[in-house]
Design a protein around this ligand. Structure first.
Ligand code: FAD
Length: 330
């Protein structure tokens, strides 16, 4: 009989020498699950010259670091082949990925090639009587479903922003294992040709604590300065729903939602945004959500902490004047 699988593995996402924030969220959660199972927590780091990142992964007991120039760039089939070989050897109980484009690619390939169960878009993961139970979101977060995975190993993708980052940060020094490239990588048929990044010099809205978001209710590009002024006075910046970007009024780096950025600011002020599931997916974890909309039945009010049923063009000038006054006395 094979030994019980108790270990938890976290796939580490990184770009240009920086580990993605959600990896620390996974490490924090992974630490808790490994404790429940009585197993080890391992961070799996793949890339070229990435070992320098290992000390930042101290929440893990160990780091499995595969360095090779053939895996310098992410390719779904290449990375999945490497992971498959590692998993076959290491036999972890759970393998956690971020529910990001990279994580989704890898998790699905890995689970299908190894015949492991896959639970996607998890918002909670628990071990009950030795079984993996996960709460997963569907329809852009409108529905939650609870799933139990049978099988010796389970692959899960976790929605970024759900678990706290802090629990995944530690100055403990993990042990680092550096196996040589464990797969042949002959069958790599997909290659990443270009990264689409924020326009040069544009703000990264995922790092801004105060966001003033405009939707189709802003009506035309010429009306943007009124929201931009308010954002500036509040010490934040402007972002938007997709129609505003589709119209070319703001760059895609300012779009919040399913096909845009996922943000978690301290304040999200939604102006003239209806609250479609695809938009909510990118902002519903904000600490404080204030919605302004003419329609009292707009779904954005279902998740807002505060709401005002009012014409945004009536509200914004006095609001900006008040913000200006308070700035002046500070
Ligand atoms: P609308 O739904 O048209 O809402 C405008 C709101 O403004 C209305 O509620 C109206 O009452 C209010 N309003 C109008 N005038 C005023 C006024 N003067 N004062 C106050 N309120 C006013 N959407 C995203 O945002 N991000 C995404 O990443 C995204 N990805 C998508 C991916 C896919 C695959 C698909 C199918 C769709 C995606 N969408 C995305 C689109 C999404 O479904 C919605 O169409 C979009 O979010 C609607 O944007 P909105 O709320 O600005 O516009």
């Amino acid at each position: 009989m094979s030994a019980a699988r108790l270990d938890v593995w976290i796939f580490v996402e990184h770009l240009r020498g920086v580990v993605a924030g959600h990896t620390y969220e996974l490490l924090g959660k992974g630490r808790e699950i490994a404790g429940t199972l009585g197993g080890h927590l391992t961070a799996v780091l793949i890339g070229n010259q990435v070992q320098t990142l290992a000390p930042t992964l101290g929440a893990a007991d160990s780091v499995l670091c595969v360095e090779d120039e053939r895996v310098a760039e992410f390719t779904p089939t290449g990375y999945a082949a490497v992971l498959r070989a590692l998993v076959e050897q290491g036999a972890p109980r759970l393998i956690l990925f971020g529910a990001t484009s990279m994580g989704i690619d890898l998790a699905s390939l890995l689970a299908s090639t190894l015949g492991f169960p896959l639970i996607v878009n998890c918002k909670e993961i628990a071990i009950e009587d030795g079984q993996v139970i996960a709460t997963s979101q569907m329809c852009g977060g409108k529905l939650l479903c609870e799933a139990e995975a049978s099988g010796e190993s389970v692959v899960l993708t976790v929605v970024p922003g759900v678990f706290p980052t802090q629990k995944g940060i530690s100055d403990h020094a993990p042990t680092v294992e550096s196996p040589s490239l464990p797969a042949l990588l002959e069958d790599v048929r997909v290659r990443v040709t270009r990264l689409i990044e924020p326009e040069p010099g544009d703000i990264d809205i995922t790092k801004v604590p105060i966001l003033v978001a405009v939707g189709r209710g802003i009506q035309r590009k010429e009306n943007l300065p009124v929201a931009e002024d308010l954002a500036r006075l509040l010490g934040g910046t402007i972002c938007s729903s997709r129609p505003v970007v589709d119209q070319g009024w703001l760059p895609v780096s300012r779009q919040v939602g399913k096909s845009g950025m996922t943000v978690k600011p301290k304040l999200y002020l939604a102006l003239g945004i209806s609250g479609a599931p695809e938009h909510l997916e990118g902002m519903k974890e904000a600490e404080l959500i204030i919605a302004v909309n003419l329609d009292p039945k707009a779904p954005i009010f279902d998740i807002a902490d505060y709401g005002a049923v009012v014409d945004l063009f009536e509200l914004l000038p006095p609001l900006a004047a008040e913000a200006e006054k308070r700035r002046a006395v500070r």
